[in-house]
Ligand binder design. Structure first.
Ligand code: SAM
Ligand code: FES
Length: 347
């Protein structure tokens, strides 16, 4: 079957069958990818015009109790220099972010026991009181229902929790036995039920990923309908068990961004830092392939190098203001504008 016809079918029906997905991933050409990007870009321009939402991300702790095999801040990485910001440090990042035009703060960390849900909920209240016109997104991993509820009641608007892979067997190859695929998937369902704008997502080209895994991911997205999808290439980190594994494909990442946009046209879809790391024009090309969000760093420059999930992560030398202006110029160079707004999900 012609791939273009499958792309048109996806655009029309908003899903494909598992075999069709597998066929598509195994057979698309560069021309098909350009066709998917054109289709996706038209959809995002229709919905969002040429506006790109920015989210300021504060990486507030790299201390993590988990041991995901791919991740540079896994607990077994004894080379990682650990740090933890406190409430005042984080408020300072937000103040600088607000000043430079951010209206969404993303708080991300490892699963750090010292930053439990109660402490975090107090911080969320403080941010929402200081910046009532801003959205707060959390990305602090797997918690229990009551903890997610506490944080939602404290005012958190959105939650990012990549499912990493919708294929249970594949999940088992990326994570130690003590981590549970069912628990992670259940967390996502709870987050959505609690009314968070919820983000799932994957790393493209993670070790052992097959076209069948990707088909499972697309079927999961079609069914779960997340409001946000985080997709970036897998990039190896030198102090993890996957140090020798090849990085994910840049082109496949762009193709997946386009397919996600076509399938879920209203999606908040970031051109990720990993995409900007694998290719210097990754974030621009991500936007041209259908992305509509960028997430520059708001963390203090002093800690940026320590939140090293993979080797050679970009923007670790730059300040909040530098990243803000750099991104604005990058978006302008392709005819897009940074929007100073919360940029909530809407149907
Ligand atoms: N602890 C939280 C969690 O588990 O969701 C948030 C932080 S976690 C480091 C954020 C994301 O980084 C993960 O969901 C994963 O997809 C991504 N990541 C980790 N290691 C990576 C690598 N080597 N290459 C690309 N992305 C990676
Ligand atoms: Fe950080 Fe370009 S976005 S330097």
């Amino acid at each position: 079957m012609e791939i273009r016809k499958l792309i048109d079918k996806l655009n029309e029906n908003k899903t494909l069958g598992k075999d069709e997905w597998i066929y598509l991933f195994g057979n698309y050409t560069d021309e098909d990818r350009a066709y998917a990007a054109d289709t996706a870009r038209k959809l995002s321009l229709e919905k969002f015009e040429n506006k790109i939402f920015i989210r300021g991300i504060v990486e507030f702790s790299n201390i993590c109790k988990n041991d995901c095999l791919y991740c540079g801040i896994r607990r077994s990485n004894s080379c990682a220099q650990r740090y933890r910001l406190d409430e005042d440090d984080i408020m300072e990042c937000c103040a600088e972010g607000y000043e430079t035009g951010y209206r969404t703060f993303v708080l991300q960390s490892g699963e750090d026991g010292a930053w439990g849900a109660e402490r975090l909920a107090k911080l969320v209240c403080r941010i929402k009181e200081s910046y009532p016109d801003c959205a707060v997104t959390l990305s602090v991993g797997e918690l229990e229902y009551d903890e997610y509820k506490l944080l939602r009641d404290a005012g958190a608007d959105r939650y990012l929790l990549r499912h990493e892979t919708a294929n249970k067997e594949h999940y088992g190859k990326l994570h130690p036995a003590e981590m549970s695929f069912e628990h992670r998937m259940n967390c996502l369902r709870q987050l959505k039920e609690l009314g968070y704008q919820t983000g799932a997502g994957i790393m493209v080209g993670s070790p052992f990923q097959t076209h069948e895994c990707l088909a499972d991911d697309m079927l999961f997205f079609a069914d779960f309908k997340p409001q946000m999808i985080g997709i970036g290439p897998f990039l190896p980190h030198k102090d993890t068990p996957f140090r020798g594994e090849p990085k994910g494909s840049y082109e496949l990442t762009l193709m997946l961004l386009s397919l996600c946009r076509i399938m879920l046209p209203n999606l908040l879809l970031p051109a990720t830092t990993a995409l900007g790391t694998i290719n210097p024009r990754g974030r621009e090309e991500g936007v041209l392939a259908g992305a509509n969000v960028v997430m520059p760093n708001l963390s203090p420059t002093a800690v940026r190098k320590k939140y090293m999930l993979y080797d050679n992560k970009i923007c670790t030398e730059d300040s909040t203001t530098e990243c803000r202006h750099c991104l604005q110029a990058r978006m302008k160079s392709i005819g897009y504008e940074v929007s100073i707004s919360r940029g909530d999900y809407s149907e």
